[in-house]
Design a protein around this ligand. Structure first.
Ligand code: AMP
Length: 341
């Protein structure tokens, strides 16, 4: 029997519940400090207790996973806490394409893949002196928006960067990525691509709630002007969104373009769940500032199934369950190689 394993964080509850519903064994790599939390959930069959998630790279942990024929489901925590080299060195089969995770973590590679997929992107700004419009300044990797800031010009950029360095949030030698700020309605488009059926499924949309940029919007302009704090974009939670139906066709096209581009650029392509993240402007034109090449935590809002999956499946289907279904189908038809790396 195949087991499903993941790191105890991000969307692990949803992933393991979905796996259990599909009749698969569930394993959680769990940090000691979170053991009490995860013991509350009876659908987790086995906890592998570690001091740090990096232990997933150790032989001992990998042996346990191997003995259980485990498939590891990567999520944001894996990317945030491990380097691309470390992820690529994992011996346990990783669901989807572990090679594409490097393209998510590295800003330049990310931009390249998004261009290849012809996603409309905000203009990147190569140097602070070239800032002409409002920009957002980002850190490398899946930092979750922490330490990001907005700047209106070069002086503003330097003041805020220095302030964040003095507060210990940024380090002096950190390479920052500058991009024009795109205003509009945030939409994080969640997809699943199956190399077994060669079909792209649109799963749902979420919005992220980020602190304390959202908090700033709740106070009057007078107090905003007096605030000396640099607002950050630290994700706190997610909420659901449904799109105007007239936007769906373009959503599928963007997803398909992304899948095709990934096939060309990073074999075996964008298999499994992914997310295209951006904003709709006043003309309902989408600008994408980011993608995630694996399950996003925003799918947690649809643990009982999403509006769009209820159109495709006559049962409650979460993203976790969809992943488990894919693994089950592939195992039964001897195609596990096709959906793991
Ligand atoms: P990211 O790490 O790129 O997902 O960015 C974190 C958050 O910053 C996003 O969820 C958005 O709220 C915001 N953001 C990032 N890039 C842009 C952009 N170019 N324009 C507007 N908001 C952005």
């Amino acid at each position: 029997m195949t087991a499903i394993a993941t790191l105890g964080s991000h969307c692990s509850l949803q992933v393991l519940k979905g796996a259990k519903d599909e009749g698969l064994k569930t394993m959680l790599v769990c940090e000691k400090k979170r053991e009490k939390l995860y013991r509350r959930f009876p659908f987790i069959d086995e906890l592998i207790i570690v001091d740090s998630f990096k232990e997933v790279l150790d032989q001992k942990c990998q042996k346990t996973l191997e003995e259980n024929n485990a498939v590891l489901i990567p999520h944001g925590t894996l990317i945030a806490q491990m380097s691309s080299e470390e992820i690529e060195s994992i011996k346990t089969p990783v669901f989807g394409n572990k090679w594409i995770l490097r393209w998510e973590s590295d800003r330049e590679m990310k931009e390249k893949l998004m261009r290849e997929a012809t996603l409309p992107m905000p203009k990147p700004v190569t140097e602070p002196k070239h800032i002409e419009k409002l920009v957002i300044v980002k850190r490398q990797g899946a930092a979750g928006g922490k330490g990001y800031f907005m700047a209106a010009n070069e002086d503003d950029y330097n003041t805020k960067r220095n302030q964040l360095i003095s507060e210990g949030i940024l380090s002096k030698d950190e390479t920052l990525y500058i991009q024009e700020y795109a205003a509009g309605v945030l939409a994080y488009l969640q997809f699943f691509y199956s190399p077994l059926t060669n079909e792209l499924e649109f799963f749902g949309v979420d919005q992220r709630h980020e602190s304390d940029i959202e908090g700033l919007g709740r106070i009057p302009a007078e107090q905003q002007m007096k605030s000396t704090k640099v607002p950050s974009f630290n994700v706190i939670g997610n909420s659901p969104l449904v799109l105007r139906e007239s936007l769906l066709d373009e959503v599928y096209t963007m997803g398909e373009n992304f899948v095709e581009a990934a096939k060309r650029v990073v074999s075996p392509g964008m298999n499994g769940p992914f997310c295209i993240e951006g904003v709709y402007d006043e003309n309902a034109k989408f600008t994408s500032f980011e993608f995630s090449a694996r399950i996003v935590a925003g799918t947690n809002i649809y643990m009982d199934g999403s509006p769009y999956y209820s159109l495709l499946f006559n049962e409650n289907m979460s993203m976790g369950k969809r992943i488990a279904r894919e693994i089950k189908t592939a195992t039964e038809s001897n195609q596990l190689d096709k959906i793991t790396t």
